[in-house]
Write a protein that binds this ligand. Structure first.
Ligand SMILES: Nc1nc2c(c(=O)[nH]1)N[C@H]1C(S)=C(S)[C@@H](COP(=O)(O)OP(=O)(O)OC[C@H]3O[C@@H](n4cnc5c(N)ncnc54)[C@H](O)[C@@H]3O)O[C@H]1N2
Ligand code: MOO
Length: 405
């Protein structure tokens, strides 16, 4: 039984509880145009050479290198898309960038270096074999692995697939996420605020983060601050989702019902972490619709706690469900601190802006690091990790988790 007297858990324990038993979701075939950010479910093998034929890298004249230094008759013309022609020794062909190299030619002289009169080109001497020629298979060799399983498809990877003529890819299904906002004080933007109420800043922020991590946010709901509604909303949310994420209501006050609802409906695996911000994080499982257990991540209500918690916990969980190992950890870099600070028992994830220069990287902390101050996340490049019970002085090296990956 996890209670207020249970010592605060470390991040490593939370990661274990979070990722325990997670297996990648099923896969589906999607059109290449819809595949940005999706994760490959299987490796893709190259079925053809790229480029598929030797071709010219320049607009100019194709010849055999042994004919360099001579004046040659121009016997043909090859634009990109034309079928290749054949060249006899002692002749050359007009060729354009991307045009198929004629049989018998082995180099291209760019037009700026040729002198053309009366259908003849005078070409410079000493043109090496292969000059300005893009060889067949130089980029990709048929039979080689084009992309590995678990790769998140970015712009270059999509281009690489298209160059093979591929128009559909087998990718992991998007994890379906239900997002609940708890709190009687929380009002949606666009509606008037009564006194004591605040706008729901967590919702659009988390939808954007979740979608950026590859999720399909299928269910969004507001949860009133009472035990019965909290149980009902959690139960309903878990039916169709792979993950239920909630914000708020997870601390120790009598208006905080999430932990108790989770314990009543499913299981609480971990509660309260030695981190700042985000101490009252709750991890567990809820009964899903198909007899499976749906993962539950209860983020604290403070917007900065939600923001940091999403990067630290939701990103690796969504990565694991999509079979993407690159999402398991945020990229780390080391930066020189421009500030001093000290920590108590909780590891501090400070929002910093990084300056890159020839001298190295400098980390500037946002002045107010309180977990209610969302402006500390706006424009933050990284989270500087300050371990528990430690001191940081100006000039010290700080480990930073890069948020722009
Ligand atoms: N006696 C104690 N009190 C608190 C403790 C503690 O250990 N002992 N922990 C504090 C810490 S640390 C945090 S973090 C907060 C988190 O509490 P909850 O997760 O229960 O969150 P709420 O109380 O519901 O909300 C906290 C704060 O955030 C605002 N909020 C909530 N949802 C949203 C939203 N969707 N958009 C914008 N702002 C939101 C809410 O109004 C509160 O101001 O508990 C401390 N208390
Ligand atoms: O752990 Mo809480 O997020 O600091 O305010």
């Amino acid at each position: 039984m996890i209670s207020e007297s249970t010592p605060l858990a470390a991040v490593e324990q939370a990661m274990q509880a979070l990722l325990d038993d997670v297996v990648p979701l099923a896969s589906e075939s999607v059109a290449l145009g819809e595949a940005t950010g999706r994760v490959l479910a299987e490796a893709v093998e190259a079925t053809m050479d790229v480029p598929p034929f030797d071709n010219s890298a320049m607009d100019g004249y194709a010849l055999h290198h042994s004919d360099a230094g001579h004046t040659l008759p121009i016997i043909g013309r090859v634009a990109a898309g034309d079928s290749p022609l054949a060249l006899e020794r002692g002749t050359c062909a007009r060729i354009f960038t991307g045009g198929a190299l004629p049989e018998g030619a082995d180099c291209v002289v760019m037009q700026e270096k040729a002198c053309v009169t009366d259908g003849h080109a005078t070409l410079p001497g000493d043109v090496p074999e292969g000059d300005n020629v893009r060889r067949r298979g130089r980029d990709v060799a048929q039979g080689s692995q084009l992309l590995g399983a678990g790769m998140r498809l970015d712009a270059a990877a999509l281009g690489h697939l298209a160059a093979q003529g591929i128009d559909k890819v087998q990718v992991r299904c998007k994890p379906r996420v239900a997002l609940l906002s708890t709190g009687d004080e929380i009002i949606e933007p666009g509606k008037p605020l009564a006194s004591g109420q605040i706008y729901n800043s967590n919702r659009p922020m988390l939808v954007a983060l979740l979608e950026g991590f590859g999720a399909d946010v299928i269910h969004i709901q507001h949860v009133p601050d009472n035990a019965e509604d909290t149980r009902r909303c959690l139960r309903e949310a878990a039916l169709a989702a792979d993950i239920v994420v909630s914000t708020g209501g997870v601390s120790v006050g009598e208006e905080d019902h999430v932990k108790a609802a989770l314990e009543a409906l499913g299981e609480l695996n971990l509660w309260r972490l030695a981190i700042r911000p985000g101490k009252p994080l709750a991890l567990g499982r809820l009964p899903g619709g198909d007899g499976q257990l749906t993962r539950f991540v209860g983020l604290p209500g403070n917007p900065v706690s939600g923001y940091v918690g999403a990067w630290l916990f939701l990103r690796p969980l969504l990565g694991a469900m999509q079979g993407c190992t690159a999402m398991a950890e945020l990229p780390r870099l080391w930066a020189t601190s421009t500030f001093g600070t000290s920590t108590g028992p909780r590891q501090h994830y400070m929002r910093v802006r990084l300056d890159f220069s020839r001298e190295g990287i400098q980390a500037h902390a946002f002045t107010d690091q309180n977990s209610g101050v969302l402006s500390s996340c706006v424009g933050a490049d990284a989270l500087a990790v300050v371990p528990p019970h430690s001191q940081v002085a100006q000039g010290d090296l700080l480990e930073c988790l890069w948020l722009k990956a």
